[in-house]
Design a protein around this ligand. Structure first.
Ligand code: AMP
Length: 142
């Protein structure tokens, strides 16, 4: 299954913040949207990084309460692995496994076009496997 197919059902909305967004607003946004990561974009909407709940935990462990003086830019990962809408879900799964992260922003023609989480990948694989099983059962039953 291609990433574009997943985006067709979940939509291409991406929760974003600016690099100067205070960490407490990052946390509030993650909580309000019930998600695990925010894509960081600059004033032109260009991808600047990604900040996930793990980055907040890391910063909290390193800084303690001083964490509150930080901004998204201080926490984010700037070397973001992205994929194209044409990418296959197996490829995205491999990126997540090898990179040890659970979110991959989708970029089309240089612009953010969506985000795939590990939950989306698992759901897509289960759907695929169920369809394959059904097809095999039909085949065996004649
Ligand atoms: P996650 O598993 O997505 O919560 O992220 C774990 C760590 O990987 C955090 O430090 C994130 O900033 C970073 N990260 C998340 N997604 C990506 C990505 N697509 N490319 C590079 N780093 C990422």
């Amino acid at each position: 299954m291609r990433v574009s197919r997943i985006l067709q059902s979940k939509g291409g909305d991406v929760a974003t913040v600016r690099p100067e967004c205070p960490v407490m607003e990052v946390v509030a946004e993650l909580r309000a949207r019930d998600i695990g990561a925010l894509v960081v974009v600059d004033a032109d909407g260009a991808l600047a990084g990604i900040v996930s709940e793990r980055d907040v935990i890391r910063a909290l462990a390193a800084q303690g309460p001083d964490l509150q003086s930080l901004a998204a830019a201080d926490l984010m990962t700037t070397a973001v692995t992205t994929c194209e809408p044409q990418a296959d879900v197996h490829h995205v799964m491999k990126l997540m496994t090898e990179g040890r992260f659970r979110h991959v922003p989708v970029v089309a023609h240089g612009r953010l076009a969506g985000i795939i989480s590990i939950g989306d990948v698992v759901r897509a694989r289960i759907d695929e496997l169920e369809r394959e099983t059904e097809a095999l059962q039909h085949y065996i039953a004649g």
